[in-house]
Design a protein around this ligand. Structure first.
Ligand code: FES
Ligand code: FES
Length: 162
């Protein structure tokens, strides 16, 4: 049994300790917003926050999450994290910026991109393009990188005026 906080609520799952957190989120709990891409920790499609930091869940044994706080794309705008505009279904500033800049193409990588971007802005409220390139190593087959940068800058501006 592994217990952790998921999007603000306590959960306990009966799975093998070495099961990747990604599969616990998707298959055991049913939150499918977090995606499987490479399975080797390289693409970032499976990114969530653990205690506020981005982690790639395809290579993270669920036992590492014991007692920690996990936030997925489903909970990003409703957990009171920095950039959230409130409780309930409020959008995170990054999510709003993504919509405004029309970042997604196929969309498959985007929940991981958004989680990585939100964590970056929590650590660095005004990142340069170089900071973004260094921190956001997620892979997008559709090549949305320029729009990702644009949206991160917009989210940073929006948070400064909140
Ligand atoms: S699916 Fe986890 S990093 Fe690619
Ligand atoms: S939007 Fe298609 S892979 Fe990134």
């Amino acid at each position: 049994m592994i217990s952790f906080i998921l999007n603000g609520a306590a959960v306990t799952v009966d799975v093998e300790d070495d099961t990747p957190l990604l599969w616990v989120l998707r298959d055991t709990i049913g939150l499918t917003g977090t995606k499987f891409g490479c399975g080797i920790g390289a693409c970032g499609a499976c990114t969530v926050h653990m205690d506020g930091r981005p982690v790639r869940t395809c290579v993270l044994p669920v036992e590492v999450a014991e007692g920690r706080s996990i936030t997925t794309i489903e909970g990003l705008g409703s957990t009171g994290s920095a950039g959230s505009t409130g409780s309930g279904d409020a959008r995170h500033a990054v999510q709003q910026a993504w919509i405004d800049a029309q970042v997604p193409q196929c969309g498959y990588c985007q929940s991981g991109m958004i989680m990585a971007a939100a964590a970056l802005l929590d650590a660095n409220p005004d990142p340069s393009d170089a900071d973004i390139d260094a921190a956001i190593t997620n892979i997008c087959r559709c090549g949305t990188y320029q729009r990702v940068r644009t949206a991160i800058h917009a989210a940073a501006r929006a948070r400064r005026v909140e």
